[in-house]
Design a protein around this ligand. Structure first.
Ligand code: ZN
Length: 182
């Protein structure tokens, strides 16, 4: 499953607003999601895709839930073919996993491809999981929440390279090589 050139891809860098600030491990989750998502945008645009950034950068909300509502509203108004939420995991594991709101559809196919590409960078492939996560549940297009790797794993953080992770995501969803490799 690939997104055709010229299509619109929406997404958001997890957290990066208040009170939705994200996890702190060896690195801060918000700074990692920002680095990866900005690179994904640059790479997709260089390849001829449209992008819509749904991140509420540095905005203040009454709750973390309201930050998610903001992201979903922008995504659903964007007419995008795919929505990506970039996150990093914590809690003592290691590797990449992708979350979708239900199995068996296009979201799962994209999620499987993204896990496979990121794991090629040397991260354990924890596979595709499903749950009624707010952003993937309420976005109306195929939607994947990517937990790129663990910010509290020394091994994952030693292997962390935002440019390589962004390239892997771009290759996974477009089927084309990233032309902006750094
Ligand atoms: Zn997160």
């Amino acid at each position: 499953m690939r997104i055709a050139k010229g299509s619109t891809i929406s997404g958001d860098a997890g957290h990066n607003c208040y009170p939705d600030i994200g996890a702190k491990g060896i690195r801060s989750e918000g700074s990692c999601t920002k680095a990866v998502w900005k690179l994904v945008i640059n790479k997709l645009e260089a390849m001829g895709y449209e992008t819509v950034d749904c991140t509420p950068w540095d905005k203040t909300f009454n709750s973390a839930g309201a930050s998610k509502g903001y992201r979903v509203k922008l995504a659903n108004g964007s007419n995008s073919s795919l929505h990506l939420s970039i996150h990093f995991n914590e809690g003592g594991g290691r590797g990449v996993e992708c979350w979708v709101s239900k199995l068996g559809g296009r979201s799962e196919k994209f999620a499987y491809q993204i896990c496979a590409e990121i794991s090629k960078l040397g991260f354990v492939n924890r596979g595709v999981k499903y749950s009624n996560i707010y952003v993937t549940e309420y976005t109306k297009m195929p939607s994947v929440l990517i937990e790129c790797c663990f910010i509290d794993s020394r091994e994952d953080m030693d292997n962390y390279n935002p440019d390589k992770i962004a390239s892997a995501i771009v290759v996974a969803i477009t089927g084309q090589q990233d032309t902006l490799k750094q």
